[in-house]
Design a protein around this ligand. Structure first.
Ligand SMILES: [Zn+2]
Length: 294
């Protein structure tokens, strides 16, 4: 494009509250030791591996809570039941800081390996557990590994959840036919692909330079801001609780705040707004019956 050509600016995908141009949901998946233990209970004997995972709840979460308070932004923490049991005071601290706690399996189970009955049993057990430990009934769910089964949305609605944040079918929220709100994410806005590394089990690739990741996330944010999308950023405290990455997150959020027009919301608030304002979403899929002009 020539330098004086106007940029492509389609109509905003969503009418966000109070005239905001876009929404942002900051997600912290506190997987801790569960990523390893769900692969094999024998990993419990591997102290370096376990300690790397424990760094998330023990060091990453306290530091990230401090950053969020410093920036005055709310966030959503998805916590496996096992981690909640092992770190009850960490859980209390997340709630005390005003953030939302969502479900994330018990031991970070891969849903594709579970029957519907087993998946429901884990859902019921973790709902009860997190409600008891936090005093608040969780409103949302993030599937471990972001992967759901065909029946997952039905199970979540049946047990009173307001939203799921596991699918990747759009860049603004949508409703499942049963009324469950979906707040979709994407692998581009995830820190595992950028920062995860472990020799054995073989996880991740080469830990990326924060400057490259800043460029990756910032370009997506700026375009999502232009297009009226929902910026769902997902990071793991064992990865993004490391000092240089805390700085990266600080730069990204500061940049978003400076740009303006961003509604920083917890998952439950987003779901509530989406449910209350079904006309806020602008359809652009040619094959949906409620199509408005592209
Ligand atoms: Zn996870």
């Amino acid at each position: 494009m020539k330098s004086n050509d106007p940029p492509y600016l389609p109509p905003l995908r969503f009418a966000w509250p109070d005239g905001h141009r876009c929404a942002a949901m900051l997600c912290f998946d506190v997987d801790g030791e569960t990523t390893a233990l769900s692969e094999s209970p024998l990993f419990a004997r591997r102290r370096t591996l376990m300690s790397q995972c424990e760094y998330g709840p023990r060091v990453g979460v306290p530091r990230l809570l401090g950053l969020l308070r410093h920036l005055a932004v709310p966030a959503t923490f998805f916590v496996p039941g096992y981690i909640a049991e092992q770190h009850p005071r960490m859980l209390e601290a997340i709630v005390a800081h005003g953030h939302e706690i969502g479900l994330h399996g018990y031991l970070h189970e891969k849903l594709a390996s579970l029957t519907e009955t087993a998946e429901e049993e884990i859902l019921v057990r973790t709902l009860e557990l997190l409600t008891r430990l936090t005093g608040v009934r969780p409103a949302g769910y993030r599937a471990p590994w972001f992967e759901t089964n065909p029946w997952t949305a039905e199970l979540l609605a049946r047990h009173g959840l307001a939203y799921d944040a596991s699918e990747m079918g759009d860049d603004v929220p949508y409703m499942h036919p049963n009324g469950l709100v979906e707040i979709p994410g994407q692998w581009l806005l995830e820190d595992w692909e950028q920062f995860a590394f472990n020799a054995d089990p073989a996880w991740g690739f080469v830990p990326e330079n924060c400057a490259k990741v800043h460029d990756l996330w910032w370009r997506e944010f700026e375009a999502m801001h232009d297009f009226g999308c929902c910026f769902v950023l997902t990071v793991h405290p064992w990865l993004s609780g490391r000092p240089s990455r805390v700085r990266l997150l600080e730069e990204i959020v500061r940049g978003m705040q400076a740009k303006g027009g961003v509604w920083f919301a917890r998952g439950g608030e987003l779901a509530e707004y989406v449910r209350a304002h079904p006309a806020a979403r602008r359809e652009i899929d040619f094959d949906r019956p409620t199509l408005t002009a592209p």
